[in-house]
Ligand binder design. Structure first.
Ligand SMILES: NC(=O)C1=CN([C@@H]2O[C@H](COP(=O)(O)OP(=O)(O)OC[C@H]3O[C@@H](n4cnc5c(N)ncnc54)[C@H](O)[C@@H]3O)[C@@H](O)[C@H]2O)C=CC1
Ligand SMILES: O=C(CO)COP(=O)(O)O
Length: 331
């Protein structure tokens, strides 16, 4: 008998991935931190809060018991980035410090340490065999079986093959990559840039402004990731440009929607406090720009987003500062 896949985190993305894998006939255990919510999702056979309208396959069970990870052959880790460390530490203990395949599916940097998720995994669960799953993929699209392509990155070929074998379906197409850093940085940075595009839309700026933000944002993303040792082909691919284009163009994106609200004059912290879903770019903007400054990489759009989120500058001040920067050569 094959062992189940454990999906840690029952938000919209964790639930969609659990539905995807269970849809292939595999056993899946979906972990939610709140026992009452786990029970309600199991009983309704639907995650009404985070993925309404999607029926859970029979091979999917929902639990709040971390120890169930011991039975699993691999873990899709889908807890928001700011809570990743404490959860990875807890799952490590619950698994008996297992040398288990763990695919990181969250898109963010840890605010307290500037660490990307693979470093958090190395520190919190050193025995785990890490991969990164990233790319343009709205949870509701994947759960509905709409065609989607993503990047599955690991330095270890056996890990790539492990996850390709368990995730690929006729509608979900993971492409293998040996550049987890590039895949991860692409996913984290695009969230910050999607906030900028949302702000532009909320201000009523036109399509030209959005195209300029995407193009200049892509330069920022590439500059930063290349300085860290990522590959350009990863950034030009699904996990970089692909996800940037998706989230900068859709009101389905929580990061774009946050930006839109800011552009309409809402205040960041009160908007965020009222949300039931996570907009990772809000917490990632600050560690991103601190890390970029540390390695001498200019990221003016991300700097502007961080300043707005942290209440250091108004939207209009940031726009003015961006448009009046000294003229320079493109690149
Ligand atoms: N929703 C999507 O379409 C996609 C999301 N992602 C990424 O997946 C990760 C998870 O996001 P979603 O599933 O969309 O979440 P969500 O926004 O649908 O729901 C948030 C989830 O996080 C949990 N949560 C909130 N604070 C927590 C804490 N302190 N500790 C533990 N759990 C906490 C909530 O209980 C809930 O299950 C994020 O990093 C996101 O960027 C990646 C690709 C697609
Ligand atoms: O990462 C995503 C799609 O690839 C989801 O984007 P949001 O978190 O902005 O909704």
């Amino acid at each position: 008998m094959t062992k189940p896949i454990f999906v840690a985190g029952a938000g919209s993305w964790g639930t969609a991935l659990a539905v995807l894998v269970a849809g292939t006939g595999r056993d899946v255990i979906l972990w939610a931190r709140d026992p009452e919510k786990a029970g309600a999702i199991n009983a309704a056979r639907e995650n009404r809060r985070h993925l309404p309208g999607v029926k859970l396959p029979e091979t999917l069970s929902v639990t709040s018991d971390m120890d169930k990870i011991r039975k699993a052959e691999g873990c899709l880790f889908v807890v928001p980035a700011q809570a990743a460390r404490e959860h990875l530490e807890a799952f490590r203990e619950a698994s008996g410090r297992a040398a288990m395949p763990v695919a990181l599916c969250c898109k963010g940097l840890e605010r307290a340490t500037m660490a990307p998720m693979h470093r958090v995994l190395e520190e919190a669960w050193p025995e785990a065999k890490g991969s990164v799953l990233s790319g343009p993929s709205f949870a509701s699209d994947v759960a509905k079986g709409l065609p989607t392509a993503v990047t599955l990155a690991s330095r270890d070929e056996s890990q790539r093959n492990f996850w390709l074998d368990r995730l690929a379906t006729s509608t979900f197409r993971p492409y293998a990559s040996d550049d987890p850093l590039g895949a991860e940085i692409g996913g984290a940075v695009k969230n910050v840039l999607a906030i900028a595009c949302g702000i532009s839309a909320g201000k009523g700026f036109g399509e030209s402004a959005k195209a300029a933000l995407i193009a200049r944002g892509f330069v920022e993303m590439s500059r930063f990731a290349l300085a860290l040792g990522a590959k350009q082909e990863t950034l030009s691919g699904l996990a970089g440009l692909g996800d940037l284009v998706l989230t900068c163009n859709s009101s389905q994106s929580r990061n774009f929607s946050l930006g839109y609200a800011l552009g309409q004059g809402e205040e960041a912290q009160s908007y965020l406090a009222a949300q039931k879903s996570v907009a990772e770019g809000a917490a990632t903007a600050r560690p991103l720009v601190l890390w970029a400054r540390k390695i001498g990489v200019e990221m003016p759009i991300s700097e502007g987003v961080a300043a707005i989120i942290d209440g250091e500058a108004s939207v209009d001040e940031v726009i003015d500062a961006l448009m009046t920067r000294p003229l320079k050569a493109e690149g």
